[in-house]
Design a protein around this ligand. Sequence first.
Ligand SMILES: *Cc1c(COP(=O)(O)O)cnc(C)c1O
Length: 342
Amino acid sequence: MYENTLEISSKQIPYFRTQDFSNIMLKCQEQFLRFVNAPKPSYLAVMTASGTGAMETAVMNALNEKDKVLVIDGGGFGHRFSELCTHHHVLHDDIHLSFGEALTREHLIPYENKGYTALLVNADETSTGQLYDLQMLGDFCTEQNMLFIVDAVSAFLVDEIDMQKMHIDLVLTASQKALALAPGLSFIVVNERMKKIIDNNECACTYLDLKDAFKNMERGQTPYTPAVGIVLQLADRLNQIDQIGVDKVIDQAKANAQYFRMRCDEIGLKYGQYPLSNALTPLLFDNGKAYDYFLEAKDHYGLMLTPNGGALSGSVLRVGHMGNLTTKDYDAVIAFFKEVLE
Ligand SMILES: *Cc1c(COP(=O)(O)O)cnc(C)c1O
């Protein structure tokens, strides 16, 4: 997290049904829409829920039992979309990718002209670090007249997200990844076509009903008490990003990712060779010790890397490029691996 964010999080939380707070929220909306190049008009919903809450909100509000949905299931987060569709009785077919398999246009050919109504994808499948080709997927959706729903929880601010260019109808993200805020808030941006669909859909959940969220946001409010403290962190961080420029913020993440991968090459550390997001670098180990390195780095080196669960826990360890990180941090990670791999 950035120093500013930490400072704000030590302050009192104000009462929020005020014009002052509404003004903060409305400014956040204006910035958010601009940062994803949303067409005019577009709408932001601020949800007090983690990223999965926003994924479920998207499935419950944008889709119904009349839809037939295509899900890119290339890891833990893609699989979550698939499970959410099952849970909410949304018909779906999943494109399964095995670990390391890159998604290509060829994967979509069997699904052309079969009556699919929407595509669900995680821009960056965070469990593997694969960055999908959103332009290719968005063009496919346009061709096939499908809604394009993008989970950009880990891609927002590290990889390009352009709603207009990539034909995205709904994009969602959360507070605790590249925004580098406390966990607890998530965000959904929709274009006019998606808003109309949502307005005509029944949502089975009162708390996650986007109709209510968008209606309240007209005056800069939420239906229920939001995580006010994180909204204040957000307002500050969005201002900071605005000053730097969103493209430059993405370039910084890219520079960090490239620097770290260059240093990995120097010492022969292996990482995924499929299209990679700037969000993280997935280190690959064939000695089965990935999780041991995670514990060792955390307990003895003050370095917090991200382990994988399940079948990949011995072979994959992820190094993040989101938030307040610099080349010094990566030098420390490299020094750590030089030591433990000797
Ligand atoms: C982190 C993440 C989420 C959200 O996970 P939560 O734990 O619910 O915040 C969703 N999708 C992707 C791609 C993520 O990286």
